[in-house]
Design a protein around this ligand. Structure first.
Ligand SMILES: Cc1ncc(COP(=O)(O)O)c(C=O)c1O
Length: 449
């Protein structure tokens, strides 16, 4: 196993001597064979740097996917397959645009987001066939603050928000933050796909439910909702006076055979007018740390109400990076998307052949694999052990167990609401060799059970 110690790596670390990342690295032992040094800066700026197969080492860059677990698990931790960010080196156009802006060394307030809006409109028009009007778009510092503003607007404290679960854990924090109650309508795993239980969904649309969050594609189950499903949800919500908040942050990451249907493109204007959509290209280009997103609705009444509760102070470099991605990043993403699809296929095949005790949910979109570890949890008495150690859930016990026995960190399914029991979420947006090493490490641990 190779230890990372190239000149480029040393320079990088040298510049971070006081950073948390450098401290974390020192303790991590860093002997993972697959991970190689980041390319030198000059290589990073070359426009042919679309190499997805060579692992891009993010450790020590103060990134939450690879550096946070070190603080918790020390050198037991080896593979960060949890938090939903991609490991690939971003398209060179982003670093180039940032470098150019940094040549001008003044950082006063930002003047305009017109260029960013142009990028958003062009991307959505060309890629998703949705025609956005700049006056309808509000730029935000993340999907998170946009949805929080919408919850504050439509859901008075003490009333309810409806969601199909398992669903993105952040929504439950949004609800806590805004003092509203989350109501889950659990999806039903039927015929190899998570399906909506329409009867349950309708029964949960009580008068105290004021909004429904629709996550499309759905994190963590990977559903890419069809036009028919979205229309049916939209009409039920309209009928019950429930505003739809469509979180479409994973919309670019859709696998062959499926199509992302923007909620705002549904062929029923009354349904569309009852919705606000939230999006970003932070998943598409791994720009989450650049804090940039947007929301829109063709209904000016809804938009103006949300805007009153929303305030985003944008970061100049975030705007520069996002503009560059929209304008020039398309070619890079067109290489990444099939790679993610192949990683899903690789993971599915690996599990079928080597780890048949772990179930894989066929993902229609997202770079997240939703894995069923129920039989493993049973075999290691995760329920009893979690209770004994005062842990939140059996899945949290299994998370610790897996790091202890394999070095792989996955996210506990219980974080994603009802229906998450027995499951873990695995991020497969890495060089394939890293995905394979993580699966090999898991296989080594699970074969001992
Ligand atoms: C469905 C969903 N919404 C929102 C977010 C967070 O968005 P942001 O970083 O723009 O606040 C995530 C991050 O994983 C997500 O999966």
């Amino acid at each position: 196993m190779a230890t990372i110690d190239s000149p480029a790596r040393r320079t990088f670390l040298g510049s971070m001597v006081k950073g948390a990342g450098a401290t974390a690295l020192a303790g991590a032992g860093l002997t993972t064979a697959s991970l190689q040094a980041a390319p030198a800066d000059s290589a990073r700026l070359r426009s042919d740097a679309f190499d997805l197969d060579t692992p891009y080492d993010r450790r020590g860059s103060n990134c939450s996917r690879w550096d946070s677990p070190v603080r918790r698990y020390g050198d037991k931790f080896r593979y960060g397959m949890g938090i939903a960010s991609m490991d690939f080196q971003a398209p060179p156009c982003i670093a180039e645009a940032l470098a150019e802006r940094c040549e001008h060394e003044s950082w006063g307030y930002l003047s305009s987001t017109a260029g960013l809006k142009e990028g958003i409109i062009a991307w959505n028009g060309e890629r998703h066939g949705v025609d956005l009007n700049p006056a309808q778009i509000e730029i935000s510092a993340g999907v998170y603050p946009g949805i929080i503003a919408a919850l504050r607007t439509f859901v008075p404290a003490g009333t309810k928000v409806l969601m199909l679960s398992p669903i993105y854990s952040g929504f439950y924090y949004h609800c806590d933050h805004t003092r509203v109650d989350a109501v889950d309508s659990p999806l039903v795993f039927r015929g190899g796909r998570y399906e909506i239980d329409w009867q349950d969904l309708e029964s949960k649309m009580t008068p105290d439910v004021n909004a429904m969050i629709v996550c499309n594609p759905q994190n963590p189950t990977g559903n890419v909702w069809t036009e028919e499903e979205l229309l049916r949800i939209g009409r039920l919500c309209l009928d019950k006076r429930i505003v739809v908040l469509a979180d479409e942050i994973h919309s670019d990451i859709v696998r062959p055979g499926h199509r992302y249907v923007p909620f705002a493109s549904l062929p029923d204007q009354a349904v569309v007018n009852n919705s606000v959509s939230f999006n970003a290209i932070s998943k598409t280009f791994n720009l989450a740390g650049m804090k940039n997103a947007y929301f829109y609705s063709p209904n000016p009444v809804l938009m103006n109400r949300v805007k009153q509760n929303h305030r985003a102070d944008l970061n100049t470099l975030g705007v520069v990076a996002n503009e560059a991605a929209y304008k020039e990043g398309g070619e890079w993403f067109d290489r990444v998307l099939p790679y993610l699809h192949a990683n899903h296929e690789f993971t599915e095949n690996y599990l079928r052949e080597q780890l048949p005790m772990v179930g894989y949910t066929p993902a229609e979109g997202t770079f997240l694999a939703w894995l069923d570890f129920s039989s493993v949890l049973k075999a290691i008495n995760a329920k009893e052990m979690a209770a004994m150690h005062g842990l939140e859930s059996p899945e949290h016990y299994f998370q610790d167990w897996l790091v202890e026995h394999s070095g792989v960190l996955l996210n506990p399914g219980s974080n994603y609401g009802s229906g998450g029991a027995g499951h873990m979420r695995m991020n497969i947006a890495s060089a394939r060799v890293v995905v394979k090493e993580a699966l090999d490490a898991m296989a080594g641990a699970l074969r001992q059970v």
